[in-house]
Design a protein around this ligand. Structure first.
Ligand code: ADP
Ligand code: MG
Length: 243
């Protein structure tokens, strides 16, 4: 299998804190990986390092065989290739839903407006927001805004999508509508790294679970294996608290 993301003995510290401790992971194209672990274990830092929102101290990260660029055009290109959806939706509040989705493709990918708008409408339909395209973000619910954030990332035609607790700021009744979009994306072949504690998503869509604690990947297994037979005391303890 062709690797899309490679982390080669990656280390990062915040002062005394070893936040990424010798992470050595390869993610093949098309794989859906769930990252799970206690708060403060380094999950967000792991994601942010992959699109270089954070630098690393040692080791190397490669996307499609190319080491992460440090700056300039190449870095902008990387950010376009690696979509990221956060806990907070981060839509541009003074722009319409449609403009939120077309801005990147026009500015970064150099698409014509008409083409960008057609593509945006297709994506908004896909996430169930097609009929809200001319509204402003504040007029949408949290679940709808998060689906727009996903469509906005997809409009850049990324090679990889990173999700960092995309449903943890949502009211319970809106979680499913966002997870459904993510499950569909996963089944459509997108390579995804998803930080989430939503077991349903992990079971339905993930091929692989990474359990992180203290900056280390402590377990690397299938969802079935991880949830039914966690191997480390840390994972057992963690699962007993969330299940
Ligand atoms: P998680 O997403 O698993 O909760 P994070 O990756 O956000 O964990 O953080 C891991 C650890 O690094 C935490 O102890 C956090 O306090 C610390 N940390 C995160 N960002 C910074 C920063 N910019 N400066 C100092 N410490 C940080
Ligand atoms: Mg986090």
């Amino acid at each position: 299998m062709q690797p899309l993301v490679e982390l080669d003995h990656v280390n990062k510290h915040y002062g005394e804190l070893h936040v990424l401790n010798d992470i050595d992971i390869t993610i093949p194209k098309g794989q859906v990986v769930v990252v799970i672990g206690p708060s403060g274990s380094g999950k967000s830092t792991f994601c942010r390092a992959i699109n270089r929102l954070e630098t690393i101290d040692s080791g190397e990260i490669r996307i499609d065989g190319t080491p992460l660029p440090k700056e300039g055009k190449e870095l902008a290109q990387l950010r376009a290739d690696v979509g990221m959806v956060f806990q907070s939706f981060n839509l541009f509040s003074h722009k319409s839903i449609l403009e939120n989705v077309t801005l990147g493709p026009i500015k970064v990918r150099g698409k014509k407006r008409k083409e960008a708008e057609e593509q945006a409408m297709t994506l908004l339909d896909r996430v169930g927001i097609g009929n809200q395209a001319h509204k402003m973000p504040a007029q949408l619910s949290g679940g709808q805004q998060q689906r727009v954030a996903i469509a906005r990332s997809l409009a850049m035609e990324p090679k990889l999508m990173l999700f960092d607790e995309p449903t943890s700021a949502l009211d319970p009744e809106m979680i499913t509508e966002v997870l459904d979009v993510m499950v569909e994306l996963a089944h459509g072949g997108m390579t995804m790294v998803v930080v989430t504690h939503e077991m349903g998503f992990a079971r339905k869509a993930a091929e692989r679970v990474l359990f992180m604690a203290d900056g280390k990947v402590m377990e690397d297994s299938t969802p079935e294996e991880f949830f039914s037979n966690p191997k480390t005391p840390r994972a057992k303890d963690f699962l007993s608290k969330i299940l």
